[in-house]
Each structure stands twice: as C-alpha cells, then as structure tokens.
Design a protein around this ligand. Sequence first.
Ligand code: DC
Length: 229
Amino acid sequence: MKQIIVAIDGYSSCGKSTIAKQLAQYAGYRYIDTGAMYRAAALFAIRNKISDFSSQQSDIIALLPQVHIDFAIQPDGTQHVTLNGEDVEKQIRTLEVGNGASQIAVIPEVRRYLVAQQQQMGKNGGIVMDGRDIGTVVFPEAELKLFLTASPEVRAERRYKELIEKGEQPVMADVLADVNDRDYRDTHRAESPLKQAADAVVVDNSIMTREEQMEAIIGIFDNKIRPLR
Ligand code: DC
C-alpha cells in the first residue's frame, strides 16, 4: 500500500505533537517533531554562549556544521530528539529553549539546514511530520495537510498545565504573553512564516476533546488513503 506524507502545521501549544504521534501510531508511520529540531539547535546555541539570538545570528550560523540532530526510538515506541548523540528530549522543553527556538527559526540559514534534513527524513513517505512550514515549504506535495488551531487563551491554559506538571512555576499572564509573542514571531517572520497551505484541512480544537479531534482526524486520513489502497 502506498505510504503517504502527512503534514501537520499550526500554532504553538495547540496539540500538534499529540495528534501527530497518535496518527503516526494509527497509521504505522514514523513521526517527526520538527519543533524539537529547532529547539535542539537553540539549546546548542545557548550552550555555546549565545545570549542574544538576534544580534548574534552570524555566530549561530557559524555553529551550524557542529549541530547534528536525530531521533532515537525508545523501547515504548516514542522518539527522543538527540543532539550530537545526546538525548536532549527533556532539556529542550523549557520556556527558555522554546523562546530560543522561535528566535533561531527566523534565521534563513538555520531553516535551510533543518529543512534539508526534514526532506531527507520524509522522502519515502510513511511519515507524519509536524511543525509550522511542513505543508508549505518542507513538503508542499504532501498528500494530506492538516492545519491545527485553537484560541490563544485555550493554548496558554494547556501550556500552563504542562509547565506545572514539569515542576516549573509559571505565571499565567506570562504564559499567555509568551503564546502571543510566539504566534506573532511565527506568523510575521520573513522566511517561511506559519501560514495555512491552500489545500490544508483546518481543525480548530478550542472546544473539542482530544478523542473527538482524533476521531475526526483519523476519518480524514482514512478517506485520503482509501483510494490509494
Ligand atoms: O512546535 P514547537 O513549539 O516545539 O516549536 C518551537 C519553535 O520552533 C516555534 O516557536 C517555531 C519554530 N518552528 C518553526 O519555525 N518551524 C517548524 N517547522 C517547527 C518549529
């Protein structure tokens, strides 16, 4: 059976990775979290004394050849991102690294470097890839494109809960401001801004449960692959 490329794009904290993982599991496809790649690159920059992502862009670009990102499959089937062979899945999930990722993602050379790797990882299909530019830039020919969205307040609330679960002590107003800042940067950058592909199916999950959403998405996926069987 033909294995397709599923591109999932959308705003931060709207549940893209949960959906992408579940859909990959359902389909028996590989899941690639491209946000984790930008986060790992940002972590490398932070560890290499980059403190100002906008004024130190040329230093960041010079570091790129030393950045080797991959995914290691865990015994339970989940994937952890690795940076030069080190499992950094936990270290990349902080607010600091998330902000760094959003800032590093505006640099065209960084995007080109990571997009080339993403295209290589997905070229044979059988992949669910999530990010901001998957349906528009990485795989504009993807057979199925989903664009996920939810209101900033709902997303801030979800992010707040995740941070609490990780033992951080976030302030709700800061988390909401952070969601809004990240949305602004993701949609207004010159290079590959977040935007919905013309042929993407939009799913607004503000008032959907995870189960309702998954059911809807599995239905969309099945409809897409049925004629290809
Ligand atoms: O999905 P995430 O929150 O882990 O992504 C972290 C940052 O990386 C986000 O602010 C935008 C950026 N990103 C991107 O520009 N392009 C992608 N394909 C994935 C993420």
